[in-house]
Design a protein around this ligand. Sequence first.
Ligand code: ADP
Length: 242
Amino acid sequence: MDKLQLKGLTKKFADLVVVGDLNLTLRAGEFVSLLGPSGCGKTTTLRMIAGFVTPTAGTVEMDGRQMSSATSSLPPEKRRMSMIFQSYALWPNMTVEQNVAFGLKMRKVAKDEARRRVGQILDVVQLGHLAARYPNELSGGQQQRVSLARALVVKPEILLLDEPLSNLDANLREEMRSEIRRLHNEFGITSIYVTHDQSEAMTTSDRIAVMNRGRIEQIDDPLTLYTRPKTRYVAEFIGRSN
Ligand code: ADP
């Protein structure tokens, strides 16, 4: 079953084509990475899917329903999607519990129900004991777990992750990488993971879309990309230049 479809998705800033005629279909439950060097249009693509950026042309569809086009756009909070950022984007003046509860409050979920769901999700990300702490009292890895909890507590169908591990040190990155994949499986979500790190993409993804200057150069499962790169660019990016 198709969950998300990008059709001819295009974004120009002035004369600069940042994303050009991008086509991509994700099946429900898939974990797909957008992989490519800095500036190739990954974040802009993700922001168009989330509804933060309006496309110049093309459409974003979820379950066959149009979310975005050049002329109409469903607000981000009305899409069943959550986005996670490199910078965590937690509110410094709120506790862990309040940060996670915020999205539920916005959606007017009853207090008791909200408390139950926040408690549950904090247990899932192993942060129950830190519920009353503030973000600046947590390590980078713990802060990113809070943003994962905050994203998941609203029960999204699609999770959008924008370089979520780049502020973490190498050991923690590996741990969080498997944590993210575990949560993806456990919650039965469809995920898009933006990264410039090929090893990160290779170990987490069902499929990888290798991007070059706003376009998808090749999309395949990690093994196929590695053994049968279609272009020199893909071969070099994936780490096989011969
Ligand atoms: P990536 O995530 O692959 O690093 P981005 O999508 O962030 O790439 O950016 C792609 C290109 O679009 C870059 O050249 C960037 O400078 C440009 N860009 C992104 N957002 C804007 C904006 N709001 N205004 C003008 N240019 C932008």
